[in-house]
Design a binder for this molecule. Structure first.
Ligand SMILES: *Cc1c(COP(=O)(O)O)cnc(C)c1O
Length: 449
């Protein structure tokens, strides 16, 4: 093992970190993680940090989980990779059966890839090709939401709606319709939650109705827009949107890359409102946070649209080299089994309630504008002026400074602008959860004093 000085020098010299202003990063002392242990990350000095955002929203059963490591080792001793292009392998087959078993009704087919962006790209391409092959050639576009996030590849950015990330690429993107997403704290329709009667649903309906013959599919992050700043949707919004797409005969893509695998308290967020999507995009938590893997689930109806004679070329010409990787699939199988054997979702319930209760006191901090929660996804929006909701300026780097304070106190978190995000591993012990909240509270207090 190289010493820490050498490693941090190489990090600064060679690595370009994602979503990171490298000018700032190169002036900082990098935090070099060496190990993981349950809900903690451990750096090269042996210092422990609570993994407060589950290593970017992926961790479910904690680091160094025996069953997951065993699954990984056992499978890697048998077979590390073989292609899924015209060939099957054992773990990805077992996993497909399990995914269908736990997912919403109507989903019957699994298409693998290796990250959330590709899971979304696949759903978009399938939906498009499905209609083309059905002879509905005018259907060439999608409807998505403002503030939506579906990944970083060009297709997934096309259906994205976060100007800060996506605006610069605009000339490269395909056309989509953007409906106003509910962001009740800063309502795009300038209405009040108590009296709005979910006007955003009507706006959606109008938009869908006027473009229904051009639309292939609708895409949504069910219940909560993650990367936008943990923006929760009012109850009933998701099912209303789903119903509108059904009535207008367009396909419905649920991007559960962030919300899947228990994050919101149920296995999938669609369950909260009994929604049965035509596509379910999964990644992040699918292997419990151990290896890259993704899946796009769809229906017999969509699958059937691709069947034909070889020479008709109705084939879905898409596939990644590591599609259905056996090691990642084996870990994903073990991950799903742990949900059952350890009753992860049952144990999560009281922890969600505790989190709700503990978050109350954050509302007393003078610069906390809104606290949002959906299960184990939390966003704390910091504002300069609570009355006017005036934000801090980017120069103030309030979110950044808060997480640096947290780091000093032994917590790793990552903000989304001025929204402090908490996404603890689902199995976090109560005391560690309390400590995470305590440190977050103090960090916000210190930087906004
Ligand atoms: C993270 C995320 C993605 C992209 O997943 P990657 O694995 O980072 O490509 C897509 N959709 C949602 C909702 C996400 O949170």
């Amino acid at each position: 093992m190289k010493d820490k000085k050498q490693l941090t020098a190489w990090d600064k010299k060679y690595i370009w970190h994602p979503f990171t202003q490298m000018k700032d990063y190169m002036n900082m002392e990098p935090l070099m993680i060496e190990r993981g242990e349950g809900c903690y990350l451990v750096d090269t000095d042996g210092k422990k940090y609570i993994d407060g955002v589950s290593s970017l929203w992926v961790l479910v059963h904690g680091h160094k989980k025996k069953e997951l490591i065993e699954a990984l080792i056992n499978q890697s001793q048998k077979l590390c990779h073989s292609t899924l292009l015209g060939l099957a392998n054992v773990p990805s087959t077992v996993l497909a059966q399990k995914l269908i078993e736990i997912s919403p009704k109507g989903l019957t087919k699994v298409f693998y890839s290796d990250n959330g962006s590709t899971a979304v790209e696949i759903a978009l391409k399938m939906a498009y090709q499905y209609w083309q092959q059905k002879g509905e050639r005018k259907r060439k576009t999608f409807i998505s939401f403002t503030n939506g996030y579906h990944g970083d590849t060009i297709g997934s950015v096309s259906v994205g709606g976060i100007d800060l990330f996506h605006k610069v690429y605009k000339p490269l993107l395909f056309k989509t319709y953007k409906a106003p997403a509910p962001y009740c704290y800063r309502c795009p329709l300038k209405l009040k939650r108590e009296s709005c009667d979910m006007a955003c649903v009507s706006a959606y309906e109008q938009l869908v109705h006027s473009h229904r013959h051009e639309l292939c599919a609708a895409i949504i992050e069910p219940c909560i827009q993650g990367a936008a700043g943990m923006i929760t949707q009012p109850r009933g919004f998701l099912s209303a949107i789903w119903k509108i797409t059904k009535e207008n005969g367009i396909l419905f893509i649920a991007d559960e890359v962030a919300t899947g695998f228990g994050r919101t308290g149920t296995m999938f967020a669609c369950e909260h409102e009994k929604v049965e999507p035509d596509f379910l995009c999964l990644a992040k938590g699918i292997t419990g946070g151990y290896l890259p893997l993704a899946a796009t689930l769809t229906t017999d109806e969509v699958f059937g649209g691709f069947l034909g004679e070889f020479h008709e070329f109705k084939t879905f010409f898409h596939g990644h080299t590591y599609t259905g990787n056996p090691v990642a699939s084996a870990v994903a199988v073990a991950n799903i089994e742990l949900f059952k054997t350890e009753k992860t979702l049952t144990h999560l319930k009281p922890k969600i309630r505790l989190l709700t209760k503990e978050l109350e006191r954050f509302k007393n901090l003078p610069h906390v504008g809104e606290v949002r929660q959906c299960g184990f996804m939390v966003g704390i929006e910091l504002v300069r002026n609570r009355k006017t909701k005036e934000p801090f300026t980017p120069e103030e780097k309030v979110g950044q400074r808060a997480i640096w304070e947290a780091r000093k106190r032994g917590v790793v978190i990552r903000p989304l602008g001025d929204v402090i995000v908490l996404m603890p591993p689902l199995v976090i012990e109560t005391e560690i959860l309390q400590e995470l909240l305590h440190v977050t509270y103090e960090s916000i207090r210190v930087v906004t004093e």
